[in-house]
Write a protein that binds this ligand. Structure first.
Ligand SMILES: NC(=O)c1ccc[n+]([C@@H]2O[C@H](COP(=O)([O-])OP(=O)(O)OC[C@H]3O[C@@H](n4cnc5c(N)ncnc54)[C@H](O)[C@@H]3O)[C@@H](O)[C@H]2O)c1
Length: 327
């Protein structure tokens, strides 16, 4: 087999924009809603407390026809070692022969496709008049979620941001001021101060088995879109369970995970509390309101990875980037 190996630096050199990633992620949601995606719920192992390594296979059919798997780890204990929380590799296969055709870094893919999924959620569920975004947890996801949501909402003026560590806030402000020069960045001293008055709140803190759920429902505006990138770690169950509309990215994965008895317990919405998933929204099967209390749990699905990796591979092939090795 000949396999193209593509490093993170090489992916970065391709200059892929957040809008391009949001477009492929949205296409994946739409095809999923049309029943053209094979997407088993992710499975995982847990070699250390609160740490995971997940296997995420997926086949995207329809006009895309792409298959692959991501092997991704999340280690909150890496922060104190100065190492990234999320790292991973991605393998793309030829759907015709099953042969592996590319292996690439999935740390970059995970960072940007996850932000892109929140951006797509904002495309469908946010009020276009939204001016204030609140971000809690200012690491990799804090940045990519801000960039994607700002790209989805042309009226956004300000981002209020909070992290447990001051140094993370300073780094975030520097980066976002370069990424999005027109956006005012306000670092806040508490979660409550951050989320009050926000039109959209996104939480990007570590996923833990015993969540503190420190974002309280009573602090949020009546018309607020709450997006959880960190499972049920940050938002009080009421934020999601009492929302006028609650969606997830994939109903099957959300319900399967809930059944395992660790995440989305203690008051999080059950099947009858789900308006639909992002597949239903993007396929036009369900319409979500753009006002009132809205909640979204975006756990991350493998179609994002396969489609982003496919985009990377196409561009890398066109530009002759990556190293082709015989296996
Ligand atoms: N849903 C998805 O598809 C998806 C994909 C990738 C990552 N994630 C999740 O997103 C989260 C963030 O990942 P990351 O790569 O940005 O990690 P990261 O380590 O880069 O950032 C996490 C940030 O949260 C901060 N933090 C920790 N506890 C906090 C608290 N109580 N209040 C405020 N801030 C706090 C940390 O200081 C750090 O800056 C993780 O839970 C990860 O598993 C989800």
């Amino acid at each position: 087999m000949e396999v193209r190996v593509i490093s993170m630096k090489e992916i970065e050199s391709l200059g892929i924009s957040i809008v391009e990633i949001m477009d492929v992620v949205e296409k994946g949601f739409k095809l999923k809603g049309e029943g053209k995606v094979e997407l088993p719920a992710k499975i995982g192992i847990h070699p250390r407390h609160d740490c995971f390594i997940h296997a995420m296979p997926c086949y995207v059919g329809g006009e895309v026809d792409a298959a692959g798997i991501k092997w991704v780890s999340g280690y909150p204990i890496n922060q104190e070692k100065g190492l990234p929380y999320i790292t991973g590799i991605m393998c793309l296969n030829d759907p015709e022969t099953g042969f592996a055709k590319a292996i690439m870094d999935a740390t970059w893919i995970t960072a940007w496709r996850t932000g892109a999924a929140s951006g797509v959620c904002a495309r469908y569920m946010a009020s276009p008049e939204s001016e204030v975004l609140a971000v809690v947890g200012l690491g990799v996801q804090g940045r990519t979620n801000t960039v994607a949501i700002a790209n989805a909402l042309s009226n956004l003026k300000m981002v209020k941001a909070y992290d447990l560590y001051e140094s993370q806030g300073i780094k975030y402000k520097e980066t976002i001021s370069k990424d999005l020069p027109g956006l005012e960045v306000v670092l806040c001293g508490s979660v409550e101060e951050t989320v009050r008055d926000a039109d959209i709140v996104v939480t990007c803190t570590p996923i833990v088995a015993n969540p503190k759920r420190f974002v309280k429902s009573q602090w949020l505006k009546k018309d607020c879109l709450s997006i959880a990138v960190d499972y049920d770690s940050a938002f009080d169950a009421e934020v999601m369970a009492r929302a006028d509309a609650f969606v997830c990215d994939d109903k099957n994965q959300y319900l399967w995970t809930q059944e395992q008895g660790v995440y989305f317990q203690r008051g999080y919405p059950k099947e009858d509390g789900i308006l639909g998933d992002m597949g239903d929204l993007c396929a036009g099967k369900v319409k979500a309101p753009r006002e009132g209390r809205r909640g979204a749990v975006l756990m991350g699905i493998a179609s994002h990875d396969v489609l982003t990796a496919n985009l990377i591979l196409q561009k890398a092939q066109e530009k002759g980037i990556g190293k082709v090795v015989e296996i």
